[in-house]
Ligand binder design. Structure first.
Ligand code: C2E
Ligand code: MG
Ligand code: MG
Ligand code: MG
Length: 289
């Protein structure tokens, strides 16, 4: 009996696995043609200075407008893109599209700095420096207005080469941010070794702020450490006025999260920037103690 039950469980599990891998395979093959079918989209989410009440940059976030499944978020297909190597052409599309958009906003009188996420596989790609340089050159977007967001796990796998690549890209005038800070390993030693400008506190820490004393203590400590290392610190996932207040009290004024805006399609950015100043003044007003 127990054996039967075990067997059934196993079969069930294994069928699930097969369905899962079939879905992955189907997704991979349609992802392969997503660029030529023009199904990829970039959304933009503001990074704000909550003290001054202004937008400091917009982060480009990838979406896939799938013909049957609708709009799919990056968590559902970036891993597939990573495993299959498709992340390299997709990442190039992201860079080109973001820079072209940034140039267009610039020409319309909006100097919007942009941040673009780079996955580990992309930064290890031997052509990455050329790819980024080409995106800047072809679009005419200023390298000074571009920040690349990378994660800690990336640095673990191949530290020496990664530092070299980052240095080469920095020579183009590009800045670097360490994304999801606090979730990887050996965070502190990497902060010292890697030539980055900005640290983004992972939103999992913000969730407990200000009620959870541990989350609040960790957040405060990361802000203090970032500041003493002369890094720009951004808190991700700020959803409430209380979180905003807490961060301002710690001296962290750069924030990103639903409290300010969700990621939006490109055509909503210009009206958003027009209306942004007033709405942030309200938040900053509430927070000034
Ligand atoms: P990330 O770079 O850490 O981006 C922040 C994620 O948190 C975004 O999810 C954003 O929509 C979400 N978020 C922002 N504010 C809040 C908030 O207040 N509350 C909550 N609950 N969530 C918030 P999204 O767009 O689904 O992106 C997920 C991840 O996918 C990104 O995390 C990034 O690692 C990756 N990603 C996105 N676009 C790209 C891309 O173009 N290339 C690569 N390689 N990775 C990308
Ligand atoms: Mg990011
Ligand atoms: Mg993040
Ligand atoms: Mg993340």
């Amino acid at each position: 009996r127990a054996k039967d039950a075990g067997k059934n469980t196993y079969q069930f599990y294994s069928e699930q696995m097969n369905i899962h891998s079939l879905q992955q395979l189907a997704l991979e093959s349609s992802l392969r043609s997503s660029i030529e079918r023009d199904e990829l989209r970039l959304f933009y989410q503001p990074i704000v200075d909550a003290k001054q009440g202004r937008v400091v940059a917009m982060e480009a976030l990838l979406r896939w407008q799938h013909p049957d499944m609708g709009l799919i978020g990056p968590m559902q297909f970036i891993p597939i893109a990573e495993d299959s190597g498709l992340i390299v052409p997709i990442g190039e599309w992201v860079l080109q599209t973001a820079c072209a958009q940034g140039r267009q906003w610039h020409d319309q009188g909006m100097d919007v700095a942009l941040t673009v996420n780079l996955s580990p596989r992309q930064l290890m790609d031997p052509d990455i420096v050329e790819t980024v340089a080409r995106a800047l050159k072809e679009t005419g977007f200023s390298s000074e207005s571009l920040t690349l967001e990378i994660t800690e796990d990336l640095m673990m796998s191949n530290p020496e080469e990664t530092v070299e690549t980052i240095e080469e890209l920095r020579q183009l005038g590009i800045k670097f941010a360490l994304d999801d800070f606090g979730t990887g390993y050996s965070s502190l030693s990497y902060l010292k070794r890697f030539p980055i400008d900005t640290l983004k506190i992972d939103r999992s820490f913000l969730q407990g702020v200000p009620n959870d004393i541990d989350d609040s203590a960790i957040t405060a400590a990361i802000v203090a450490m970032g500041k003493s290392l002369r890094l720009n610190v951004i808190a991700e996932g700020v959803e409430t006025t209380e979180q905003c207040d807490f961060l301002l009290k710690q001296g962290c004024r750069h924030m990103q999260g639903y409290a300010f805006a969700k990621p939006m399609p490109a055509d909503e950015v210009s009206p958003f920037l027009d209306g942004a100043k007033d709405s942030f003044d309200v938040l900053a007003g509430v927070s000034a103690s």
